[in-house]
Design a protein around this ligand. Structure first.
Ligand code: ATP
Ligand code: MG
Length: 663
């Protein structure tokens, strides 16, 4: 045992060790990406369990995304900690609510709403005469979610948004009305949404002392990863869990706050010592994840951030050997970008990088489509992160329906054989299809089989009914089973994770920062932090790319992301990549003085390039200037008004010009 304890500590540096073996009580680790925060907490849990300070079953570790919770579990497993729970706040709350609900409320049933939420909001909006277009409904739903996560009820909503810098999609009073109507409709239908899970669990613990006592007996040691993204609702649940105790370890990085749009705030992290003055506080600076090249880029990205709170201004120091410099690439259109990323991924696969060590990260889920297509075409296996997508897949829904029917019917025994037999009925062939969408469907079904194998291996006498319940639980907690392949994920879903190679795509204005980042400093800074999260996911290969047009042949009018300025020297090859990709084109016109190709519209119209001396004499130019001032005075407009191209050309060529066409 002493050896194991030593092994656990040997895997940590002195600062990490100080946090890992601090006595039970408040501990706070404030540090940048890749410095080993998650490693520190998993080792801390293992250390406390293995030195007998706490039983594994008394530990509850929470984080924010299903993937991050899965990562925590995956890292705890090899440390030999059986029975410690690692879940998202929502999944933990769901479990507790299922357990305590019958005792507190009796046999009143409830169901989770998530799939139908938008419809319910839509019905409420319709009733109130609010707009019901999908985009608006999404915004309105986000507002309700923001309010609930911020512990703001309908009555207080208007005052709360008045204090906020972000605009509201409809008048605040109207949204408050919608919020009220939605809540009533939901409660009438005995439905709970995700936010209710937190609120109800908190209420149960706060209002039922017997339940709270039982809970307190059960869980004694709390750990929160990614604490910078805690919402007031989650903090309140955490406080209800603690019930006045202080056995709480939190780790986080204020520079990775990416949910403030949804009500999250790094304040509880940054003010942890104010709340727990005797807390052990540790800061980490050594970055163990990424090559010095990636670390340098990450430091520059976050160094440019404005308004960073004290306590978040840490510089990362790379620890790994040198790697390749990050790549920057500009493409004509998004399809070309996706195809080029797929081609580069093929090179990495051929060089021996496993598919599961490669990720394509983007700002919004809708961007996955193009990459799904490009990877399918290149025959590269992939997997789209985001649980709802997995469980929303048609073949998965069909499979679950078939499994449910089977579970209700015949008697069972061997689980995996049963599952295979049922899934054969919905398309799981013996041999995988060669590629494309069929292979992807097959992979999804196989993932269900693997889950059955996992359950059979870890649970004695696992039944089909138990398996279906596990699937339901995962579906509601958005925790998909793993499928081998290149990961496609949104930046939000990528937090806390790492890959050998990361492709950060769509770095164009309007996409990152996203268009609806309303231009306020706060919104832009949140987008910058998302970019930082993306950059810091890469261990070794990092590629940043963007496209100038959305569609092939479309207008190349998109600008590269503002976050690239300062990272990308102006003479960087990326500035020319787009042109290199184009077939050399015969210029439309050449300069009639030096013969150079003319590109700019104005040059083409004048028939000479900007470098050649004007063949309009100086006199004429001076007269034009004068004339412009006069004409402007006449029209009572400022003298620096800009002429349309046509007007200027006409004037230069001394043809009659439509001088009213001043813009
Ligand atoms: P993020 O902010 O992105 O969540 P993090 O601070 O949680 O990052 P980890 O994921 O714990 O960082 O660690 C990053 C990587 O560095 C992991 O692969 C981890 O195993 C490795 N690592 C951390 N600490 C050490 C160490 N002391 N020695 C060797 N490797 C380490
Ligand atoms: Mg982490």
């Amino acid at each position: 045992l002493a050896n194991r304890r030593q092994d656990l500590l040997d895997g940590l540096d002195p600062e990490q060790r100080a946090a890992a073996c601090a006595p039970r009580g408040p501990v706070c680790v404030l540090a940048g990406a890749g410095t080993g925060k998650t490693r520190t907490i998993t080792h801390r849990i293992a250390y406390l369990v293995c030195s007998g300070h706490v039983a594994a079953g008394q530990v509850l570790a929470v984080t924010f995304t299903a993937r991050a919770a899965g990562e925590l579990r995956a890292r705890l497993r090899p440390l030999g900690v059986e029975g410690a729970q690692a879940r998202t706040f929502h999944a933990a709350a769901l479990r507790q609510l299922r357990y305590f609900w019958p005792r507190v409320v009796g046999d009143r049933q409830w169901d989770l709403i998530e799939g139908n939420k938008l419809r319910l909001v839509g019905q409420a909006a319709n009733k109130l005469g609010l707009p019901t277009e999908l985009e608006v409904l999404r915004d309105l739903t986000s507002e309700i979610e923001w309010a609930k996560a911020s512990l703001i009820g309908p009555d207080d909503y208007p005052a709360a948004v008045a204090r906020r810098s972000r605009d509201v999609p409809e008048p605040a009073e109207r949204i408050a009305e919608l919020y009220r109507t939605y809540e009533r409709a939901k409660s009438d239908a005995q439905l709970l949404d995700f936010d209710d899970l937190l609120l109800h669990t908190t209420a149960v613990l706060e209002e039922h002392s017997a339940v709270a006592e039982e809970f307190r007996d059960r869980y004694r040691c709390f750990v929160v990863d990614e604490y910078q993204d805690v919402t007031p609702a989650q903090q309140r649940l955490l406080d209800a869990w603690l019930g006045g105790r202080d056995d709480l370890t939190v780790v986080g990085d204020a520079n990775q706050t990416i949910y403030s749009f949804g009500g999250a705030s790094p304040r509880p992290l940054l003010e942890f010592t104010r709340r727990f003055p005797d807390a052990t506080v540790v800061r980490l600076e050594r970055d163990y994840r990424s090559t010095p090249q990636v670390v340098a880029l990450a430091n520059r990205v976050i160094g440019a951030a404005r308004g960073r709170p004290a306590g978040s201004r840490l510089n990362l120091v790379g620890q790994r050997p040198d790697g390749p410099p990050p790549r920057f690439a500009e493409y004509d259109d998004e399809a070309t970008e996706a195809a080029a990323v797929a081609a580069r991924i093929r090179e990495l696969l051929d060089a021996g990088v496993p598919a599961s060590e490669i990720a394509v990260l983007y700002r919004v889920n809708a961007q996955s489509e193009g990459y799904e297509q490009a990877l399918s075409e290149a025959g590269i296996p992939y997997l789209v992160r985001g649980g709802e997508r997995f469980f929303a897949r048609r073949e998965v829904r069909q499979a679950m329906a078939a499994l449910r029917t089977a579970a209700a019917g015949e008697p069972q025994g061997e689980l995996v054989t049963m599952v295979r037999r049922v899934l054969a009925g919905v398309g799981l062939t013996e041999q995988p299809p060669s590629g494309g969408a069929a292979k992807e469907r097959w992979d999804a079904l196989l993932a269900l089989v693997e889950l059955a194998e996992e359950l059979a291996a870890t649970t004695d006498g696992a039944t089909l009914g138990r398996y279906v319940a596990e699937l339901d639980q995962r579906a509601s907690a958005q925790h998909p089973p793993t499928v081998e392949g290149v990961t496609l994920a949104s930046l939000h879903a990528a937090k806390g994770l790492e890959w050998d190679a990361v492709f950060l795509v769509g770095l164009a204005e309007g996409t990152l920062p996203i268009l609806h980042a309303d231009g306020s400093d706060e919104a832009i800074e949140e987008e910058r932090r998302l970019f930082y999260v993306g950059v810091t996911r890469a261990r070794e290969h990092l590629s940043l790319s963007w496209a100038l047009a959305r569609n092939p042949g479309g207008r190349r009018n998109r600008r590269r992301s503002r976050f690239l300025y300062g990272l990308l020297p102006e003479d960087h090859p990326a500035a020319r990549v787009g042109r290199q990709q184009q077939k050399p084109m015969e210029p439309k016109a050449r300069c009639r003085i030096c013969g150079a190709a003319l590109l700019a519209t104005m040059e083409i119209k004048l028939g000479r390039c900007g470098k050649c001396p004007a063949d309009i004499d100086e006199d004429l130019l001076a007269r034009l200037k004068e004339w412009r001032v006069e004409r402007a005075r006449e029209l009572n407009v400022p003298a620096f008004v800009v002429f349309t191209d046509a007007t200027l050309v006409a004037i230069a060529e001394q043809r009659p010009a439509d001088t009213t066409a001043l813009v």
